[in-house]
Write a protein that binds this ligand. Structure first.
Ligand code: TXD
Length: 309
């Protein structure tokens, strides 16, 4: 069977680490692309040279030529500026929209058959931009954020309870911003709702830490934003798509007639497989959850309105 191919555009912190995770897990061959000459080829070669030590045969190639997109089953966009302390994700909108625009034009030209995963911030707006600019069916376009926000909440619950992360499940929906909606009723430890294991105050503290988790890391790093967990989540989603695993993962997906929405990309649970978004799973939301979700959707729509195309 021919190997599958994933292209990652943007060989910075997030893109290069995503390539490393994908190589380690032998998910697919990887083309790492960046506008900086030489750097993606250098990082790709460095990863290849870890192959004999870790025992992976994944082919990782780096290039500054968009022709490397040809034949990709999945294209992941991690090109763009990250946040610095004091910035919100929304502050990145103009510069990153211009970058995403240029990349999407190349994707349409070189890999029109691919699934497109957007990672660049502000996430929900960039996914929308990629959809508008590409003309691809919305189910083939997906944003990575809910996987990360949920992984962060899972880590915080495991640390608080001193239990294995393997037993902790969580669900964060809404936009990838401080208005995201961590769902405590859908956060469990081996099926036990976290609300039965921790006081309401402790649960609320973990939810609040999750909403601010990206900023917590930006504040510590000072020179950029998180990349280890984001890149691990990219690899998780890429594996679900490439191996057609039908995993249920919260992702930014196009909701029209789902969740009562009229055509907006927002984080919701999605069944991920080789066709991309194979299903949007509608979960029950109580009044408070629905109110928070609606507020998050409004914040996304306001930002989408700022796009200049
Ligand atoms: O959950 C999420 N969605 C996110 C999003 C989690 C973490 C980071 N998130 C966002 O990803 C972040 O806010 C940024 O917008 C992107 C990339 O973050 P990263 O930390 O990897 O930024 P770097 O290290 O600065 O890398 C960006 C790379 C850099 O090498 C540039 O040269 C390249 O992008 N770049 C381009 N590559 C190709 N083509 C074009 N046009 C281009 N412009 C910049």
């Amino acid at each position: 069977m021919a190997r599958k191919k994933v292209a990652i555009v943007g060989a910075g912190h997030v893109g290069a680490h995503a390539a490393l995770w994908m190589a380690l897990k032998e998910i697919a061959d990887v083309a790492l692309i960046d506008i900086v000459e030489g750097m993606p080829a250098g990082k790709a070669l460095d990863i290849m040279e870890a192959g004999p030590v870790e025992g992976f045969d994944t082919l990782v190639q780096g290039s500054s030529d968009y022709g490397a997109l040809i034949g990709s089953d999945l294209v992941i966009i991690t090109a763009g500026l990250p946040r610095k302390p004091g910035m919100t994700r929304a502050d990145l909108i103009d510069k990153n929209a211009a970058i995403v625009r240029g990349v999407v034009e190349e994707v349409v030209k070189n890999a029109p058959q691919s699934i497109l995963m957007v990672v660049t911030n502000p996430l929900d707006v960039m996914v929308h931009a990629a959809w508008k600019l590409s003309g691809l069916p919305p189910g083939r376009i997906i944003g990575m954020a809910g996987a990360l926000d949920s992984a962060r909440l899972r880590a915080f619950v495991a640390m608080e309870l001193n239990v294995s992360v393997e037993d902790v499940q969580a669900m964060v929906i809404g936009g990838h911003a401080d208005e995201m909606v961590p769902l405590k009723r859908y956060t469990t430890v081996s099926g036990i709702p976290v609300t039965q294991l921790l006081s309401p105050e402790k649960v609320e503290r973990l939810m609040e830490r999750t909403r601010k988790a990206g900023g917590e890391i930006v504040g510590l790093l000072k020179t950029g934003s998180a990349f280890y967990a984001p890149s691990a989540c990219i690899a998780e989603m890429a594996e679900a798509i490439i191996k057609d695993k039908k995993r249920i993962i919260p992702c930014a997906a196009f909701c029209k007639g789902r969740y009562g929405l009229d055509g907006v990309f927002v984080g919701v649970p999605v069944k991920l497989g080789s066709d991309g978004v194979e299903e949007i799973v509608e979960i029950e939301l109580d009044d408070a959850e629905r109110k928070a979700f609606d507020a998050s959707v409004s914040a996304i729509k306001k930002l989408v309105g700022e796009l200049k195309f």
